[in-house]
Design a protein around this ligand. Structure first.
Ligand code: SF4
Length: 229
């Protein structure tokens, strides 16, 4: 609406209508409320979705979050990692997988010959459950449409589900991660590989070798995909 008002006034000026002035103080206040007033462009795609999520109050987690952790990475990524929910550090920074488990994920991605900038990283929940408790079914029901839309926009060729919760939620399964990991599944036409969550590797270093086996399969599948642009 702000951009529309501004464009309308400018159009009137171009057409020679005199005495049409936009008070700079008013404009400055409007631009704080709606940054798109500066450019006149409405955000689209992932940006628009991120803006919606940033204001989301659909479940009680909005009361305790510091930041909404929408996700980050390459919007044209061929490989997407999906975890469970933001932890304490992620909540503070507003970025996914930046704590100890996130640093391990970064090393895993780099060991695959990729970088965080080449992939996309997100979670099932966009806000941190207090005390890092598990997500509640009603929270997932409220939040999953954001992830579904993210995946629809990004259209990754491969999804790596990190941990039992992400794998079970995306696959609609109740199997444990030990049974689910190690093979590809179909998620709406996208290949999905479940593996252990990096925090499980930190708790139990013996799981690292299984993650690496799974990532070798993901890397081989990734090599078959073509860049999208
Ligand atoms: S967890 Fe998801 S549904 Fe709940 S408030 Fe945050 S963004 Fe909204």
């Amino acid at each position: 609406m702000v951009a529309l008002t501004r464009n309308l006034l400018e159009e009137q000026r171009r057409q020679g209508v005199q005495n049409v002035r936009l008070n700079p103080n008013v404009l400055e206040r409007l631009e704080k409320i709606a940054p798109e007033a500066k450019t006149g462009r409405q955000p689209t795609g992932l940006d628009a979705l991120a803006q919606r999520a940033a204001q989301c109050v659909k479940c009680n987690l909005h009361k305790t979050r510091t930041h909404v952790v929408f996700g980050e990475g390459n919007p044209n990524a061929r490989l997407m990692f999906v975890g469970e929910a933001p932890g304490e550090e992620e909540d503070v920074q507003g970025r996914p997988f930046v704590g100890r488990a996130g640093q391990l994920l970064t090393r895993i991605i780099e060991a695959m010959g990729l970088s965080r900038d080449e992939v996309y990283i997100a979670n099932i929940l966009k806000c941190r459950p207090p005390g890092n408790r598990g997500p509640l079914p009603e929270e997932v029901a409220c939040c999953i449409p954001y992830l579904t839309e993210q995946i629809e926009i990004i259209q990754p060729r491969i999804i790596c589900a990190l941990g039992a919760y992400a794998a079970q939620t995306l696959l609609g399964s109740r199997e444990g991660i030990k049974k689910l990991r190690g093979k590809f599944y179909d998620y709406r036409g996208i290949k999905l590989m479940p593996t252990f969550h990096p925090s499980a590797c930190l708790r139990n270093p013996g799981t690292k070798k299984y993650v690496w086996e799974d990532m070798k399969q993901v890397r081989a599948e990734y090599a078959k995909t073509k860049p999208k642009i």
